[in-house]
Design a protein around this ligand. Structure first.
Ligand code: TYM
Length: 358
């Protein structure tokens, strides 16, 4: 537990094909946290160029699309902060400091890098390799204590904690002498550190939404099959078609959650239903235990269209006025920069750079 004011930070890459996994695993939970926390939500555009060359026009459209999805889902950019990463250059500068704290061995363990780089690692960008240092900078520029994400980001958040912990430890005397330490719990001890040990918020029935075509692969923006994912802009007919074609198995749904074991596709569809319905898998099986997929799938399609439809139409409305979105991002970036600049100045002062505080 950190004895530092609680603050939520999270980010979504503007790489197109925003899907139901992004919504249920992340964005929907961002919305829920607004009542209890100060929240900062970021369109992480600097991350979007780590893996593939982005078309400049499409990149801008995708940045606006994610922003529109945040707002259409219910994020309030007045009460909280919504911005795009590249407008706050402190992220990139703090990432440099962190790339000197993180160790090669830590980065080498990142499974997302291994997956994305594929067999030909020599051809992967250096940015793809150091990506987690930038992600740590995103979070720690705001000294965020809580980060809602899907299950696939767990390892990156562990690395963020490792970076914070090593920085706090390496510079502990200096942090102490500058009076910048904040008490925080590390194991059984309370120590003074500058960066909090951020806690991931991962959970619920949709922490890992799987592909509709293959229950062993996660739903992703880059899957070549459009049928593998429901995107936020799909209309009711398309959602219906994708769910009808979703892979399932020959048995009826079980009445107990244990009965989903070894049935990844059934487990996935029940999890999606539960998250959309704001219940858990047991709750869904109470109503649908014993039902065949021929009955369950239409109910799921109807529910998904009912939940996604209004968000999609609000997204379209917002996207029709790009200047409004750009102005939200500009205002959000100005507010974010005020916080991030202070953190960066402190971090540079701690390290010992001259003129860190301007
Ligand atoms: P990204 O853009 O790939 O995904 C955005 C969010 O969606 C979640 N997600 C899923 N959740 C459940 N099931 C799925 N199939 C699924 N696919 C994606 C992700 O876990 C994520 O929460 N590295 C991050 C972006 C990032 C970030 C950050 C996140 C950059 N800096 C700082 C938090 C804090 C990413 O690539 O997410």
């Amino acid at each position: 537990m950190n004895i530092i004011p609680e603050r939520v930070f999270s980010g979504v890459q503007p790489t197109g094909n925003l899907h139901l996994g992004n919504y249920l695993g992340a964005i929907k939970r961002f919305v829920e946290l607004q009542d209890s926390h100060d929240c900062i939500y970021c369109v992480v555009d600097l991350h979007a160029i780590t893996n593939v060359l982005q078309d400049p026009v499409e990149l801008a459209a995708n940045i606006r699309e994610v922003t529109a999805a945040f707002i259409a889902s219910g994020i309030d950019p007045e009460k909280h902060i919504v911005f795009n990463q590249s407008q706050v250059k402190e992220h990139a500068e703090l990432a440099w400091l962190f790339s000197c704290v993180a160790r090669m061995g830590w980065m080498n363990r990142m499974t997302q890098f291994k997956e994305k780089a594929g067999k030909d690692r020599e051809k992967a960008s250096v940015g793809l390799f150091t990506y987690p240092a930038l992600m740590a900078a995103d979070i720690l520029a705001y000294r965020a204590t809580h980060v809602p994400v899907g299950e696939d980001q767990k390892q990156h958040l562990e690395l963020t904690r490792d970076i914070a912990q090593k920085f706090n430890h390496d510079y502990s005397d200096r942090i102490e002498s500058l009076g910048l330490g904040v008490p925080m719990q590390v194991g059984d001890e309370t120590v003074n550190g500058y960066f909090p040990l951020t806690e991931p918020l991962i959970g619920g029935p949709a922490a890992r939404v799987m592909s509709l075509r293959d229950g062993s692969k996660k739903m992703s923006k880059s899957d070549p099959s459009d049928l593998s994912r429901i995107v936020m802009t799909d209309d009711a007919d398309t959602i219906g078609k994708k769910i009808r074609k979703a892979k399932s198995d020959a048995d009826a749904l079980p009445s107990e959650v244990e009965g989903l074991e070894g049935r990844p596709e059934a487990d996935n569809l029940v999890g999606i239903f539960a998250a959309l319905m704001e219940t858990n898998k047991a709750g869904v099986l109470k109503d649908f235990g014993g039902a065949e997929f021929s009955k369950f799938k239409p109910a799921l399609a109807e529910l998904a269209a009912e939940r996604v439809g209004p968000i999609a139409s609000e997204m379209r409305r917002l996207q029709s006025d790009p200047s409004e979105i750009d102005s939200i991002l500009k205002k959000g970036s100005d507010r974010a920069r005020d916080i991030a600049a202070q953190t960066l100045a402190d971090a540079k002062e701690i390290i010992g750079f001259i003129g860190a505080r301007g």
